[in-house]
Design a protein around this ligand. Structure first.
Ligand SMILES: Cc1ncc(COP(=O)(O)O)c(C=O)c1O
Length: 475
């Protein structure tokens, strides 16, 4: 509409403010990036000002983009940023700068990958091929999703449809499905099983060995027992990098068991799979190429900002059989299928563009190097904790980049000390570490997946934890 047709410009349009808004937004992004180059001396507490902002009513009129962005930057400053080099909590990420810019471009165009998207579709397919090549998976198809949860759910929906071809229409009737995952598998597997109506009581927890890897002989025995009892195996989920300790299940031996029993093998590599491309950990992933499906989160160890996960499958038809609908408002020409027919989501952002741009900008070798450095830093931390008079690692040197460790106080309950230590460290803010309980033992569980993290950052974990731990002891 033009002025000539009687409409004035809308306030949501930037018009002459655009240049200023763009400049200001870039300034703020640049200053965030500069602040991530170095560790922060402390995490600022949530200020009174922020509490007021967060309590303000819906504004009727706006303050303009630069002023609104300033407030947004202020909120972010008082938020936890995974991008910081000393964020070691849960499984973080990095907000890779090249990928942030690509994401801004993608969201500006607001392309929807659910249906026809012209060139975007070609690039998404290429990004799938690149990811598969990077980790060593013989790609038949796949989809980008919002995260490991959704990739795992998508894979298990395909597995359910293979085990029970009529289940989308008829449900499971009297059949008893069974699924298998190690006792250390991520809770997204249990959640997916629940969402799919398979019943988490039917998710078998396979025992693990002393490295916390699934025991394939126990798996085989469990499968035999279930099949003899008339239950129907749906899938075995092997984890390639468990969330709690980073253990990689023995994929080749699990693939043998799955082949013997004709069961779908899914690899949950949401966290660990990028390490398949590294020279020092790559061998752990032997057998990946035999899986029916594999998840990998680009928003974890490929460093790109959330949300960006990849589900790789051996056979694209397995996804189509699980998800296709013929909607009369999305008519398909002969031989063409909308991407939405092979995935759970409908509207789907062009999230693959950030991974694709990052691969193009830096090359695959740069990712291998960054992951290799994280792996080295994890081993370094394990060595330091082993030698330290007041720390001990809970486990042998890590498969990947998670190093559960604990501080031993001079007196008192070690578990209680470490739980408190994690809380106090988070308040202190110099290093961000979360706690975990492994076989009833409380510990700190630093995870190193940030390309910005360096040796001094990792060494700071023990230095700061020892200082804060001593304060707790002396309080
Ligand atoms: C092994 C594993 N699978 C799945 C997930 C869930 O991933 P997301 O948070 O991207 O949904 C995680 C998250 O940490 C994970 O570690």
């Amino acid at each position: 509409m033009t002025h000539a047709e009687g409409f004035s410009e809308l306030a949501v349009q930037l018009q002459e403010q655009r240049q200023e808004a763009l400049h200001h937004g870039l300034e703020l992004v640049g200053s965030a990036w500069r602040s991530f180059d170095q560790p922060r001396p402390a995490q600022p507490p949530i200020s009174e000002h922020t509490l007021e902002i967060a309590d303000a009513p819906l504004p009727g009129t706006g303050v303009g983009v630069p002023a609104a962005l300033d407030v947004a930057a202020h909120i972010l400053d008082e938020s936890l940023a995974h991008a910081r080099p000393r964020y070691f909590g849960y499984i973080g990420s990095s907000g890779l700068e090249s990928a942030v810019l690509a994401d801004a471009l993608a969201t500006s165009h607001d392309t929807n990958l659910a249906a026809e998207s012209a060139a975007a579709y070609l690039v998404e397919q290429q990004a799938l091929r690149w990811m598969a090549e990077y980790v060593g998976y013989p790609l038949g198809g796949g989809t980008f999703t919002s995260g490991g949860m959704q990739s795992n759910l998508t894979a298990l929906m395909a597995a359910r449809t293979r085990a029970f071809p009529l289940s989308r229409v008829d449900g499971l009737a009297d059949a008893v499905p069974v699924l298998y995952a190690s006792s250390d598998a991520h809770s997204s597997i249990e959640r997916a099983v629940e969402v799919l109506g398979l019943g988490s009581g039917n998710l078998r927890r396979v025992p693990i060995d002393e490295h916390r890897r699934m025991d394939p002989r126990a798996l085989s025995a469990m499968l035999d027992r279930d099949v003899d009892a008339g239950r129907v195996p749906v899938a075995v989920v092997a984890t390639a990098g468990t969330t709690i300790t980073g253990a990689v299940d023995p994929l080749a031996a699990i693939a043998d068991v799955c082949a013997d029993h004709g069961v779908w093998m899914h690899v949950d590599g949401a966290y660990g799979l990028p390490a398949a491309a590294s020279s020092s950990a790559g061998l752990l992933f032997a057998g990946l190429d035999r899986a029916d499906s594999a998840s990998v989160d680009a928003h974890k160890w490929m460093f790109v900002p959330k949300a960006c996960s990849v589900l790789l499958v051996r056979d694209q038809e397995s996804l189509t059989r699980a998800f296709r609908h013929d909607a009369s408002y999305m008519v398909e020409e002969e031989g063409y299928r909308h991407p939405v027919d092979g995935t759970l989501e409908y509207s789907r952002p062009f999230r693959s563009l950030k991974l694709w741009t990052a691969f193009r900008a830096h090359g695959a070798d740069a990712f291998r190097d960054a992951i290799e450095r994280n792996l080295l830093l994890a081993r370094h931390l394990h060595g330091l904790a082993s030698e330290h008079p007041r720390f001990e690692p809970l486990l042998p040197p890590p498969d990947l980049s998670i190093v559960p460790l604990r501080r031993i106080p001079s007196t008192g309950d070690v578990d209680a000390h470490n739980m408190r230590l994690a809380r106090e460290l988070q308040k202190d803010g110099r290093v961000y570490v979360t706690s975990a309980v492994i076989d009833g033992v409380a510990c700190l569980r630093p995870c190193i997946v940030n390309y910005r993290t360096r040796t001094a950052d990792v060494e700071a974990i023990l230095d700061v934890a020892d200082e804060v731990g001593a304060k707790i002891e002396n309080a």
